[in-house]
Write a protein that binds this ligand. Sequence first.
Ligand code: NAD
Length: 267
Amino acid sequence: MSWIDALRFDGGRVLITGAAGGIGRCLARGFAELDAQLLLIDRPGSDWAPVHAALVTTGGRAPQIIECDLEDQAARQRLIDAQFAEPAPLSALVNNAAFVGTSGLRGWAVPLGQQSVDTFRRALEVNLTAVFHLCQGLAPALARAPEGGAIVNIGSIYGALGPDWSLYEGTTMSNPAAYGASKGGVIQLTRWLATTLAPAVRVNAVSPGGILRGQPESFVRRYERRTPLGRMGTEDDIVGAVLHLASGWARYTTGQHLLVDGGWSAW
Ligand SMILES: NC(=O)c1ccc[n+]([C@@H]2O[C@H](COP(=O)([O-])OP(=O)(O)OC[C@H]3O[C@@H](n4cnc5c(N)ncnc54)[C@H](O)[C@@H]3O)[C@@H](O)[C@H]2O)c1
């Protein structure tokens, strides 16, 4: 098989969670360009217009949009059951949905003493438990993929490293403990699943560094100074790594954690 063919999904079904979000819709466009049949998941009431706009240029197949609150175990199970009933295999699962630093939750991106245990639990449910549940439930459909299925879990630099608080000084931004804890869990869950689901399903993680998205200038300046490549990331910076790990280009790679962070973690 040629390398170009090994990269393409040839109508293979690819499920992406958090697909209405910033990174999610760029991932959707990338997979569509590689001829995947997309199953796009996000919360009920999500704005899908930017996703459709991103997909128009690919000229690919129409995506299947599935609205599902991943915090709700019963809703997740319905999503899994519907895929179980589907005869076509799943080529790839990208667990990208998460509560992120800017999610407007109570007791979330605030100083330690104000972080709430309830919100900690909710974040663990969406960012980690839902990842486990979807991987567990969809593993049989992934195992039926002709070249083997692939899971790519989206982690974060904060799943591997502690926050540098000097970046946040003088801003209202913060960095919730539950975020780092859940992402650390995702990275370790990736290794656990990789040895458990091998050889039928490969499981890897991609951890983005900070994405430039209207943060205060002082934060951006400090962040850039601390980053070997001299800038914050863009959503599109993350796509190539995920496509690589989901495709035949990574056919001998499993259990790995790839930091896509402009070198942030290299020193
Ligand atoms: N933006 C960054 O700087 C950054 C850095 C490191 C890692 N990441 C990771 O990248 C991934 C994508 O983040 P993003 O920056 O695109 O954020 P985003 O907020 O734009 O997208 C996240 C998506 O997840 C969805 N989601 C959240 N809770 C959900 C639920 N209960 N059910 C269904 N969908 C739900 C949201 O609706 C949203 O569309 C996340 O896993 C995030 O942790 C982002």
